[in-house]
Design a binder for this molecule. Structure first.
Ligand SMILES: Cc1cc2nc3c(=O)[nH]c(=O)nc-3n(C[C@H](O)[C@H](O)[C@H](O)COP(=O)(O)OP(=O)(O)OC[C@H]3O[C@@H](n4cnc5c(N)ncnc54)[C@H](O)[C@@H]3O)c2cc1C
Length: 361
C-alpha cells in the first residue's frame, strides 16, 4: 500500500527515535481517506467495512511498522459510532476521520489493568459538568491524542454499574497533563503515555451515550472488534517475518552453502509456513464473521489468544535463523520480535482470554 511505503516506512527510524509518528502522518492519512474506513460516510468515514481496516493493519504489521496506532484510533471511532449520542457522533466522528483529532482510550490505571472494576478515576457531577480526577497509564496515542475516552467511576458504590466513559478534548484542557511517554521494550514509535486528570471540567454533554453507568457495557460490546485487530495483525506480522527470513536464509552462507540448504532451516520454515496458513484461514473467517455481525466474544478471544501466542513463537523461530543479526535492531526481525511481545498483554492478556473462552465451554 502506497501510504505505508511512502509516508510510514521512510520515517520509521526517525519516529522510533522521537517516540511518536507526529501529527502530519495522521492528517495525511485523513486527507487520503485512510482513517475510519469502516465508519459510514454520513459521519465522515469512508463507508467501508472491517476488511478495509484489516488491510491497513496488515500492511503495517507485515513491515514491522508499529508506530501509527490507527487501530486504537478506529476503536475510539467505534465507541462513538456504537454508543455515542447523535450530537457526539456529529461532533467527533468527522474530526477523527479527517485526522484533525487523534483518538485514545484510557482504561488502564497504575492499580487497575485486567481488573477494570478497580478503576479509581472518578467524575463527580457539579451542575452541568463533571469534575474528573485520576491517573491513567500505558495509554496508546496518549501524547498526540486530541480526544481521550476516559473510563471512570461516576458512582464508586456501584462497581461495574457505576462506571462511565467521559469524552475529554485535550486541547487547552485545564487540569489535563500528559506524563512520560513510556520507554518500552518494543513499539518504539508508538506514544504510549501516562495521562493525568486533575479537577478536569468535562461538560455533561461529553458523557458517552448520555447515560451514567453504561461504561462497562460499552467496553464489553466493542471487545470482539478490538481483539480481532490484534489477531489480524499477528498473522500479518508472521507473514512478514517469514518472508524476511526466507530471503535471509537464501542469501546467508554457512559452512560453504546457503542456510536454506540445511535441513533444520527448511523444517523450521515448513513449520512456520504451516502455522501461517492455518492462522490465515482462521483469521479471514473471523473477519468475514465480524463483517456479517456474527463474531462472538469467545471466538474473537481465540483469535487474539492464538494469534498473539503463535506470533511470538513464530517470530522467535524466525529470529533464531538470523543468528546474531536477528538481535540487531537494524534488522526488521529484531524489531518485530520486540513488538510482538505485547500482543499477549494488551487488549486483555492471554490469561484473561482463556478466562473469557472458558466461560463459553
Ligand atoms: C504497549 C501497551 C499499550 C497499551 N495501550 C493501552 C491503551 O491504549 N489503553 C488502555 O487503557 N490500556 C492500554 N494498555 C494496558 C493493557 O491493556 C494492560 O497492560 C493489560 O490489560 C494488563 O493489565 P496490567 O498491565 O495491569 O496487568 P495485571 O492486570 O496486573 O496482570 C498481571 C498478570 O496477572 C495476570 N492476571 C490478572 N488477572 C488474572 C486472572 N483473573 N486470571 C489469571 N491471570 C490473571 C495477567 O494475565 C498478567 O499475567 C497498554 C499496555 C501496553 C503495554
Amino acid at each position: 500500500m502506497r501510504f505505508v511505503q511512502t509516508e510510514l516506512e521512510p520515517d520509521d527510524a526517525a519516529s522510533r527515535a522521537r517516540g511518536h509518528v507526529g501529527h502530519a502522518v495522521w492528517r495525511k492519512a485523513g486527507e487520503l481517506g485512510l482513517l475510519c474506513t469502516d465508519i459510514p460516510q454520513e459521519w465522515g468515514g469512508a463507508g467501508g467495512d472491517f476488511r478495509h481496516e484489516a488491510v491497513m493493519y496488515e500492511e503495517c504489521a507485515r513491515r514491522g511498522l508499529s508506530g501509527w496506532a490507527n487501530s486504537v484510533h478506529s476503536i475510539v471511532a467505534h465507541y462513538f459510532l456504537n454508543h455515542g449520542t447523535e450530537d457526539q457522533k456529529r461532533r467527533y466522528l468527522p474530526r477523527l476521520a479527517s485526522g484533525e483529532l487523534v483518538g485514545a482510550i484510557a482504561m488502564t490505571e497504575p492499580g487497575a489493568g485486567s481488573d477494570l472494576q478497580g478503576v479509581r478515576s472518578q467524575a463527580v457531577k457539579q451542575g452541568d459538568h463533571y469534575r474528573l480526577n485520576g491517573n491513567k497509564t500505558f495509554i496508546t496515542n496518549g501524547l498526540l491524542a486530541g480526544v481521550v475516552l476516559v473510563v471512570c467511576k461516576t458512582d464508586p458504590t456501584q462497581g461495574a454499574r457505576g462506571t462511565s466513559i467521559l469524552i475529554v478534548e485535550t486541547k487547552d484542557c485545564a487540569g489535563f497533563k500528559v506524563g512520560r511517554v513510556l520507554d518500552k521494550m518494543g513499539m518504539k514509535a508508538q506514544d504510549t503515555s501516562e495521562l493525568f486528570f486533575d479537577e478536569v471540567r468535562v461538560p455533561e454533554a461529553n458523557l458517552l451515550g448520555g447515560k451514567e453507568g453504561q461504561g462497562f457495557f460499552q467496553l464489553m460490546g466493542d471487545l470482539p472488534y478490538e481483539r480481532l485487530i490484534i489477531g489480524v495483525s499477528a498473522v500479518a506480522s508472521m507473514e512478514g517475518a517469514y518472508a524476511a527470513t526466507l530471503a535471509y536464509v537464501n542469501e546467508r552462507k554457512v559452512f560453504g552453502k546457503p542456510l536454506i540448504d540445511i535441513q533444520n532451516t527448511r523444517f523450521k520454515l515448513a513449520e512456520v509456513a504451516t502455522q501461517i496458513k492455518v492462522g490465515r484461514a482462521f483469521m479471514d473467517r473471523c473477519v468475514e464473521d465480524l463483517v456479517a455481525g456474527t463474531l462472538d466474544t469467545a471466538t474473537a478471544s481465540m483469535a487474539k489468544l492464538w494469534g498473539s501466542e503463535t506470533q511470538c513463537r513464530v517470530l522467535d523461530e524466525c529470529l533464531q535463523l538470523f543468528g546474531g543479526y536477528g538481535y540487531m535492531n537494524e534488522y526488521v526481525i529484531a524489531r518485530m520480535y520486540a513488538d510482538a511481545r505485547v500482543q499477549r498483554i494488551y487488549g486483555g492478556t492471554s490469561e484473561i482470554m482463556k478466562e473469557v473462552i472458558s466461560r463459553q465451554l
